[in-house]
Design a protein around this ligand. Structure first.
Ligand SMILES: Cc1ncc(COP(=O)(O)O)c(C=O)c1O
Length: 384
């Protein structure tokens, strides 16, 4: 395992991406899902080699990306994904839209399990479909799919579900049993499951993560997975994702997409993703997971010490924390007050659906110092 340490604040402030440009320098940005770590060395090398020789053209028609992801999935998840059934595109969002366009007719309904990554609402609409919200169920120990309500939605005509596994913002790794039950349900109703697995490389050991297409024959019949190196390796600006299928009928849908869908893949994104998924980057990824494990626990300690009214459940995966601040009495959208008075930018809870009232989403993919500073700034509002 490599030691992976976040960059210092003065270096981060020199970045020009959304996270570091949206707010002035007196604000600590813990909102958008970018991370504050240096790149994995194999990615830096691949990109530097490409820059040195101006390797900045279109992606080639034959690339090592699919084989590279298949090997990664085998090593990290024990999943034998078929490289012949993978096709790249610019990003996970575009993969989702292109698949949904083809598995639904205009105006048909697509289930999303709220609270959920806010652009899901727009992606469904962009595909010409209509959002049907089926909230996750909270059972006191964690969140899970509400399979009875999902069945009812399929029964009333929903044609697809946009699954988030692991789930953003709660960090939930759905159990194999619940995914198998979902697959059986969708198969029964002839509905499609589009599984966004962008956070999968960030599952913590021992959480029992199962890629949707690895769950069952039913899942393979009706499922589509969309994956990317972009969250774990902080490559969102480079534009590369993969759409994966496991049956002839679903593969025909993806291979029937125009070649332009694939050509929108960024050349730098592809080179970086191949490096990210290579065995050479495993030690870096393990180091990142270790740093995130420390951070998710640090956040629990800081909240217990400084903001006892906050309710937080340590996530199974990723670097996003879903925190219920209702008891602080700061209204439906506490992130507004926190931005104004504590100068900490968090994601607005209500953007994730009605269940997000009183909540904030905190990005802890940064240094322990920045996390500590952020929580202390917020705590000072309570003490004021
Ligand atoms: C669940 C989920 N899906 C998709 C995305 C966006 O991915 P992309 O930039 O590849 O479209 C994000 C970004 O945070 C995300 O959390």
């Amino acid at each position: 395992m490599l030691e992976v340490t976040a960059l210092p604040l003065d270096v981060l402030r020199a970045r020009t991406s959304e996270k570091w440009r949206e707010y002035p320098d007196d604000v600590l940005p813990l909102f958008v899902a970018e991370t504050d770590f240096p790149l994995a060395p194999a990615i830096t090398d691949a990109l530097q080699r490409a820059v040195a020789i101006g390797d900045t053209g279109y992606i080639a028609s034959r690339t090592p990306l699919a084989d590279s992801y298949a090997a990664f999935a085998r090593r990290r998840f024990g999943w034998d994904a078929d490289a012949e059934r993978m096709r790249s595109t610019a990003d996970v969002s575009m993969g989702i839209v292109e698949i949904l366009r083809r598995v639904t007719a205009p105006g048909e309904r697509v289930i999303v399990t709220t609270p959920v990554y806010p652009p899901f609402f727009e992606l469904v609409t962009e595909a010409g479909a209509v959002v049907e919200r089926v909230p996750l169920r909270e059972d006191g120990k964690g969140w899970e799919l509400d399979l009875d309500s999902i069945r009812a939605a399929f029964d009333e005509g929903a044609r697809a579900i946009l699954l988030c596994n692991p789930h953003n913002p709660t960090g939930t790794v759905h159990s194999r049993d619940s995914l198998a039950a979902l697959a059986a349900l969708a198969d029964e109703y002839g509905a499609a499951v589009v599984s966004d697995e962008i956070h999968a490389p960030l599952v913590q050991p021992g959480t029992g993560y199962t890629p949707f297409l690895a769950v069952s024959d039913a899942a393979r019949r009706i499922g589509y997975a969309v994956v990317s190196a972009s969250k774990a390796f902080n490559l969102a600006g480079l534009k590369c994702a993969l759409m994966i299928t496991a049956a002839d009928s679903t593969t025909a849908i993806v291979s029937g997409m125009p070649i332009e869908v694939e050509w929108r893949t960024g050349q730098f994104g592809l080179l970086a993703a191949v490096a990210a998924f290579s065995e050479e980057s495993d030690a870096w990824l393990d180091g990142l997971l270790h740093a995130l494990d420390q951070n998710r626990r640090l956040l629990a300690d800081l909240l217990a010490a400084h903001l006892p009214g906050a309710r937080y459940r340590i996530p199974d995966a990723g670097y996003l924390a879903w925190i219920d601040l209702t008891d602080l009495g700061w209204g439906d959208n506490p992130a507004r007050r926190i931005l104004r008075d504590a100068k900490v930018a968090l994601h607005y809870g209500p953007a994730f659906g009605a269940e997000g009232a009183g909540h904030v989403r905190v990005n802890f993919g940064t240094s322990p110092e920045i996390i500590t500073d952020a929580i202390e700034r917020i705590a000072a509002l309570v003490e004021r």
